[in-house]
Design a protein around this ligand. Structure first.
Ligand code: CTP
Length: 402
């Protein structure tokens, strides 16, 4: 199976009756985790409205050069750079001719010329236009330049004729561009995830915390949602928007996180502890800002509850997954942690040097506890979302079998 981290796709719409399928194509791509921006030619707007495409893609549609709204957000050259893939669907005979001849008179054709991304076209036209020598020549030229041609299919046409020239179905195009739809490995599974750091107050303005950005936990939440899970995300103080569809519970301290988790864990089927929970908190929290006084200061700390261990110790616990950050003897420590905390899986990452904090990429080894023993599997470094997908691909069958 090919997994794509949210691929950035520019969907171009040129003029043709098949443009009525373009919103469906946008949806099919978004369902596969792609981010979609849309550019339409003037002729396309005779068939569907930019408003429809804006609504399905969630972004203003690019129509003309110097189009104040879309161009001020992202100019056409920026759009060409932004795209990791261009798909023009439908691609009319006229659009194919313009592309083959390098004409950049309209915004969509200009972007298709200015991009380094792969350009794919899904032609749609009357069968005689499709079979015309001019169209054949243009397609030959385009194919020789690396343009991918998807379809067309044959069948009844809007013009009343029957033959080749019908645009491929949105689902077929989406498979070509973004791979198979995701299997719902966690369909309806109640999943509880902790993320971010905790903040243990010393006084109203100071406290003890750590460098967790929350990105890995939020990526796990997004990936679980994409696998069909019902996700509750209990997050410490972070600067990230919650993935759409997740229930978010914001907490500050380890105690608050523990309470929020323990209230929900008995009803959850999967618990993933990604949060970097403070292990200790100040015994006394000053009501007012602590004033400096002499050269030294002592702070007495006490243990915070181990949330992962608490959840694993429940009478009928959810399948529990912990994350361990280690700077030395990573695997040996993770095996020990897995057994001691009673977690089903520990994902361990080596944070020697601190490189992982706030980074976009991460690498982990999964340590499993099975029949009183541990097994392990190393997952290579990847974007945090992609890594989350791989972790869940491994965890989902283990949970289902537990
Ligand atoms: N964890 C937790 N509650 C705590 C501390 C940790 O739920 N009070 C969870 C984390 O969310 C993570 C796992 O335990 O999933 C491992 O955390 P880590 O900090 O690596 O391990 P510790 O148990 O704190 O051990 P140490 O700091 O001694 O390495």
């Amino acid at each position: 199976m090919v997994w794509h981290k949210s691929k950035r796709i520019l969907l171009g719409v040129s003029g043709g009756i098949a443009a009525y399928k373009s919103p469906q194509l946008a949806r099919r791509l978004i369902e596969r985790g792609c981010e979609v921006r849309v550019a339409m030619t003037r002729a396309a707007c005779e068939f569907i409205t930019p408003l429809t495409m804006q609504a399905v893609s969630g972004h203003p549609v690019h129509l003309h050069f110097l189009d104040a709204e879309a161009e001020s957000g992202m100019g056409h050259i920026e759009l060409a750079r932004w795209a990791e893939q261009v798909i023009v669907a439908p691609a009319s005979a006229d659009f194919l001719a313009r592309l083959a001849h390098g004409r950049a008179g309209d915004l969509l054709a200009a972007v298709a010329l200015a991009t380094e991304a792969e350009v794919a076209v899904a032609p749609a036209m009357n069968r005689l236009m499709w079979e015309h020598a001019a169209t054949r020549e243009n397609l030959k030229t385009l194919a020789a330049r690396g343009v991918r041609v998807i379809g067309p299919g044959a069948g009844d046409q809007a013009c009343g004729e029957t033959g080749p020239g019908r645009m491929s179905e949105p689902e077929e195009i989406a498979v070509e561009i973004a791979g198979d739809a995701r299997p719902l490995l966690l369909d309806g599974v109640d999943t509880l995830i902790t993320a971010g750091p905790t903040w243990e107050a010393l006084d109203p303005v100071r406290g003890i915390s750590n460098r967790s950005s929350g990105k890995m936990g939020f990526a796990m939440a997004q990936a679980a949602l994409d696998f069909g899970a019902r996700v509750t995300l209990v997050s410490g103080p972070v600067n990230l928007p919650a993935p759409r569809g997740a229930r978010r519970v914001d907490v500050v301290s380890a105690h608050e996180m523990s309470e929020a988790v323990m209230a929900r864990a008995p009803k959850s089927q999967l618990f993933i502890a990604v949060a970097a929970v403070a292990d200790y908190r100040p015994v006394n929290v000053a009501a007012n800002k602590i004033k400096k006084d002499g050269g030294r200061m002592r702070v007495e700390l006490e243990k915070t509850p181990d949330i992962l261990a608490q959840v694993a110790a429940l009478k009928s616990p959810p399948f529990t997954v912990g994350f361990a950050a280690e700077t030395e003897n990573a695997l040996a420590n993770a095996r020990k942690k897995c057994m001691e905390k009673g977690a089903d899986v520990i994902a361990v990452n080596d944070v020697a040097g601190g490189a992982v904090f706030g980074a976009e990429e991460n690498a982990v080894t999964l340590v499993y506890r099975k029949n009183g023993k541990t097994g392990e599997e190393a997952l290579t470094k990847a974007d945090k979302y992609l890594l989350a997908v791989r972790i869940l691909e491994r965890i989902a069958p283990l949970r289902a079998a537990s």
